[in-house]
Write a protein that binds this ligand. Structure first.
Ligand code: HEM
Length: 451
């Protein structure tokens, strides 16, 4: 693992025994896991099942017996309704969460190939109520955890698993395009998490966990009652299908040697596939740097305002501009998200330019009290427009829905416009969820009957 499981340390101010592990714990490396989506057809059984599942949900400080494996549970707005959460409480959740991701397509700029009308069922159908995720460091740990939730659900005919997807990355922990990922994460103040060089100043816990002071000095609005809201957070889940052969083909069309293709691939993302940042390794990949947590995030862009090393439009520079001078000012600290994304599907052989018809990609998972607002902001402004960086209509090279005659600018003398860029990732579905604390899971499991 890159960073070990959390332990209570001096300076810990958060209820680590109540906050779900996934909020503050990184994926293991390598990792195995499953996401299951469940529909609740029977309210009482839904609560009983939640009570049973809750026994398996890990808190941040849950000790592991051998290798780490843990279960997380999150709930959609429709799930809260299906569980019979009182109207007075439902009314205290933010409106974008209540509307759900599909209804927010306009704000997310989910159009064309990403339009919810083309999503894979059951996403966006209102039938996704619970999400159960298992994260594990070993195959055995993963299978045991999956068998466990399956046996807990088996006795409830009033619950239906409507989707199940295995994920994982081994060996090398690479995503579908062959990039190592999961590097930059905000440091949560009071969590006891060790900061590594370049991680930046710790950010107030209330930005990521409900019930604590945020960057504004006071806690952000919290669902009521306190037992339901405190120590919870929001989750954005977006399933992307990656078009790896199209990506490789784009590299081949625009670069004639393997070295030039790798450089272009690094310019698109801002990191080489090993994870080494261009900012620290401008000319060649440096796998030792990529593997070194004390160095691989220790950079800013202040000495590269011309963007000659890391293009202005590179995915990581758009998503976290650090100290880049921007045309439209933004408080970068409140735009930070915790990412727990997971890779699925068998990798396509490196450099293959023909698709094999297999589905592979990335489940983008963001957590935080402002996660929904932030992903809506990132999608509409920093992914789908270039204005904040003086890039006009240019869009994010990994995520943007590319329009007619799209290109990606590699600054230099002269700058190069690399044409023929495509939408390399298509959105296949997504949901907004609430990840309750363990106390809140108990509260939900013990709600009085409303029907
Ligand atoms: C298929 C979809 C995506 C792919 C293949 C992808 C790929 C990557 C890669 C390779 C990195 C660099 C390594 C790392 O730190 O993890 C990265 C970083 C990042 N990505 Fe994505 N990403 C995807 C979707 C998204 C989405 C939807 C968002 C937000 C709306 C996002 C936001 C970020 C952020 C904030 C970083 C860290 C930037 C930094 O702090 O330096 N990504 N992504």
């Amino acid at each position: 693992m890159r960073r070990g499981p959390f332990k209570r340390r001096n300076g810990v101010e958060l209820d680590l025994d109540d906050i779900q592990a996934t909020v503050l714990r990184r994926r293991p490396e390598p990792y195995y896991g499953t996401h299951a989506l469940v529909e609740i057809l029977d309210q009482q059984q839904g609560r009983q099942a939640l009570g049973l599942l809750r026994e398996q949900v890990a808190a941040v400080d849950t000790p592991f017996e051998s290798s780490p494996a843990w279960t997380a549970v999150a709930i959609t707005y429709q799930g809260l309704v299906a569980l019979g959460v009182p109207e007075s409480s439902l009314a205290t959740f933010p409106h974008n969460f209540c509307e759900g991701m599909a209804a927010r397509a306009k704000q997310l700029r989910d159009e064309g190939p990403n339009d919810p009308r083309g999503w894979q069922p059951p996403f966006g159908s209102g039938r996704v109520h619970l999400a159960i995720s298992v994260y594990a460091a070993s195959e055995a740990g993963w299978q045991a955890r999956v068998a466990d939730y399956q046996s807990r659900l088996a006795s409830f005919p009033g619950l239906r698993v409507v989707y199940q997807q295995d994920f994982g990355a081994q060996p090398g922990d690479r995503n579908a395009f062959g990039y190592k990922d999961g590097f930059t994460q905000p440091v949560v103040q009071g969590s006891g998490e060790p900061a590594h060089p370049g991680d930046g100043e710790p950010i107030k816990a209330g930005e990521f966990v409900l019930g604590y002071p945020s960057e504004t000095g006071v806690p952000l609005p919290q669902p009521q009652p306190d037992a339901l809201g405190r120590n919870g957070t929001y989750v954005v889940f977006r399933k992307y299908q990656s078009h790896v052969a199209a990506f490789n083909e784009y590299l081949h069309r625009n670069a004639s040697t393997a070295a030039a293709r790798e450089l272009l691939a690094a310019k698109l993302v801002g990191r080489w596939r090993s994870g080494a940042p261009l900012a620290l390794a401008p000319a060649h990949d440096d796998p030792d740097l990529g593997a070194d947590d004390n160095r691989n995030n220790d950079f800013r862009y202040g000495n590269d305002q011309q963007c000659l090393v890391t293009p202005r439009g590179a995915h990581i520079r758009r998503m976290n501009p650090r100290d880049t001078q921007m045309s439209i000012l933004a408080n970068v600290n409140i735009r930070r998200i915790i990412r727990r994304s997971t890779t699925y599907g068998t990798p396509l052989p490196a450099d293959a330019v023909r698709d094999d018809g297999q589905e592979r990609g990335l489940d983008f998972i963001a957590l935080g009290v402002r996660a929904i607002d932030n992903v809506e902001f990132l999608q509409s402004e920093w992914v789908s427009s270039g204005n904040f960086m003086g890039l006009g209509k240019e869009r994010d090279p990994m995520l943007g829905i590319q329009e007619r005659n799209p290109y990606f600018t590699v600054p230099g003398t002269p700058p190069r416009r690399v044409k023929g860029i495509q939408s390399f990732n298509t959105l296949r579905g997504g949901e907004y969820l609430f990840m309750p604390s363990l106390t809140a899971l108990d509260w939900l499991a013990n709600l009085p009957d409303t029907v």
